[in-house]
Design a protein around this ligand. Structure first.
Ligand code: MN
Length: 275
């Protein structure tokens, strides 16, 4: 049960965006995009779902591009993490990216045990894996691995970990996060992804948070980030002139308990968008 495709609509129904607006947070427009119904079938092989995933990412790419042309600040709410390919293709290159996640999402079809595309978007952004996604819009990779940092990783498979190691990607594993604290690590991660570049974005998977505060996710992993530690720190992104966009993914309303995770999503967006 992943059901993340129902996430955005469930957050609208939980009045997440309406409540943000009431707090004088400038929201120009909310646009909901829907994947092809066939993409919901978890049992179809990647070869069959790939064109659907690709089409959806193109739709999303165009929507984010349009928002940027209107000079609005894009906040992208998923959906599973496959959407990162469409999202980050839309931003003018070059930029750095901070990826807050329990997982690496850096598989290629050769290394993935499940074949699920939501485990592959980081590899695609680095130009690896299926060319349909790795070259969604252009031939060149969206990101250079040196301008990327993970925060919160605690569950991964050997094939993707080998790629991340080979590409020398900065990874703040969960043990280091616990030991050194997010108030140290977040500014360090920002400094890392901007050391050659002037702009950066953030992609946040709700499963980076501990399942006690975020049970409603596609792939829960114990031992995650606590809300109190993280939430106040998110305001630094929104206030940073180098920050270009924010993506929040993997909300699964079917697994949520008493709207806990929807509330967390609200708190995250409130912090990031704080005027
Ligand atoms: Mn993810």
């Amino acid at each position: 049960m992943r059901a993340c495709e129902a996430g955005p609509e469930a957050l609208v129904q939980a009045h997440v965006f309406e409540r943000l607006k009431k707090r004088d947070i400038a929201i120009d427009a909310i646009e909901l995009l829907y994947p092809d119904q066939r993409a919901k079938d978890k049992n179809i092989p990647l070869a069959e779902s790939l064109p659907l995933i690709r089409d959806f990412n193109m739709q999303l790419y165009n929507a984010v591009k349009k928002a940027l042309q209107k000079k609005t600040f894009p906040i992208i709410v998923g959906g599973d993490h496959s959407i990162a390919v469409g999202t980050w293709n839309a931003f003018p290159k070059p930029f750095g990216l901070i990826w807050i996640d329990a997982h690496m999402d850096a598989h290629t079809p050769q290394t993935s045990p499940s074949g699920a595309y939501h485990g592959m978007p980081v590899a695609a952004l680095f130009g690896r894996g299926l060319p349909e996604m790795a070259q969604l819009v252009r031939k060149e990779p969206v990101l250079q691995p040196e301008n990327f940092a993970y925060i919160g990783v605690r569950s991964y498979e050997s094939g993707e970990a080998a790629l991340i190691k080979q590409l020398n990607v900065k990874t703040y594993f969960m043990d280091e996060v616990k030991k050194r604290g997010l108030s140290t690590i977040i500014p360090e991660a920002i400094a890392h992804v901007t050391r050659h570049l002037s702009h950066y974005g953030v992609s946040c998977d709700l499963d980076a948070f501990d399942p006690s505060i975020a049970p409603g996710v596609g792939s829960p992993e114990p031992g995650g980030i606590g809300g109190q530690a993280m939430l106040p720190l998110l305001a630094q992104f929104g206030k940073d002139p180098r920050f270009i966009g924010f993506e929040l993914v993997e909300y699964n309303p079917e697994r949520d308990e008493n709207h806990k995770t929807a509330e967390l999503a609200y708190e995250i967006l409130k912090q990031v968008m704080k005027p």
